[in-house]
Design a protein around this ligand. Structure first.
Ligand code: FAD
Ligand code: FES
Length: 286
């Protein structure tokens, strides 16, 4: 590569890094786990991001799409994603195998305000694929356990086979420094040992909540937000301590194309993490 091109790589925000798929397997029938590593090892090890940020992943000939980073920055080197089969890019990704190469650029978006969340209780509520960005926060909190007070996870899925990271969360249930409650809307296996009901029924399982010192984090299908927020508001959690990650159609990820804009907000830059306070002032966000 000549000097001019090197400069282009450095300054062109759309130029992806090459990343190798290290591991991939099905989490559910239509969701796959991808563990990737940026090929240039120094870049892989120095890559910095915060939980809640996303990256653009591209497949040659298919295009690129945004995905939440599901791993934690406290474990550098490898980046993890859980990806649902939806269309062109995700179908191409599903055909890829370990050792195949993808394009990778990022990290993008604001991520969660970890500094503000320090020394607070963290209550995470997720449904379905919403687990993708919040697994990053959860693992970060567990890796830095002394920086946070109580950590709780409420995780809901339609059926046992659709619970993403089911085995991982069952294993985490053994930890004494995490309150972990799992639920399915319906048990079609007859072997489910956890709760049956929608994710909001898990609020009844929580021990007393220290309202002023709790950050409540939500991610899930659109219908979930309304009901979870209702519970959190009932509990009197301050609106700026209710944080949610929201998806919008995105193309560039860097505030250039306007695809993700709502009024004056670019969700790729100002989001995808928003407070309930933001959402009240901009109803179109959800
Ligand atoms: C910030 C952010 C984080 C994301 N994180 C994840 C993640 O962790 N895992 C994951 O599986 N997906 C995630 N998504 C959604 C993912 O980007 C889309 O599923 C992907 O762009 C689909 O690309 P495709 O080429 O496979 O599908 P396409 O061929 O583009 O479309 C297939 C179908 O999906 C619809 N679609 C495309 N994009 C979206 C969207 N953003 N919202 C709703 N419908 C859409 C299209 O209208 C079409 O009906 C995220 C999106 C954003 C904006
Ligand atoms: S995705 Fe292009 S401006 Fe946000």
């Amino acid at each position: 590569m000549n000097g001019e091109n090197k400069q282009l790589t450095k300054t062109n925000p759309f130029m992806p890094e090459t990343a190798r798929i290290v591991r991939t397997y099905h989490l559910t029938e239509d969701v796959k786990f991808f563990q990737v590593r940026i090929v240039e090892m120094d870049k892989a090890l120095s890559f910095k991001y915060r939980p809640g940020q996303f990256a653009m992943i591209s497949v040659l000939g298919a295009g690129e799409a945004p995905f939440s980073i599901s791993s934690t920055p406290s474990r550098p080197g490898l980046l993890e994603f859980c990806i649902r089969k939806a269309g062109t890019v995700t179908n191409a990704l599903f055909r890829m195998k370990e050792n195949d190469l993808v394009g990778f650029r990022g990290p993008y978006g604001n991520g969660f305000p970890l500094e503000k969340m320090k020394d607070k209780d963290i209550l995470i509520t997720v449904g379905g694929l919403g687990v993708a960005p919040l697994r990053s926060v959860l693992l970060y909190c567990l890796d830095n356990r002394d920086q946070f007070r109580r950590v709780s996870l409420l995780h809901g899925a339609k059926r046992p086979a659709e619970m993403i990271f089911r085995e991982e969360f069952f294993a985490l249930k053994q930890r004494e420094d995490l309150e972990c409650h799992l639920a399915v809307d319906e048990d079609d296996t007859g072997t489910w040992t956890e709760n049956i009901g929608v994710v909001t029924t898990l609020f009844l399982k929580l021990k007393e909540i220290d309202i002023a010192n709790t950050f409540a984090l939500i991610c899930g299908p659109p219908v979930m937000y309304k009901f979870v927020i209702k519970e959190l508001v009932k509990l009197n959690i301050p609106k700026d301590q209710i944080l949610m990650t929201l998806e919008r159609r995105m193309k560039c990820g860097v505030g250039k194309c306007g695809h993700c804009a709502i009024d004056y907000v670019y969700t790729c830059l100002d989001g995808p993490v928003f407070t309930y306070w933001d959402v009240i002032h901009m109803r179109e966000l959800i």
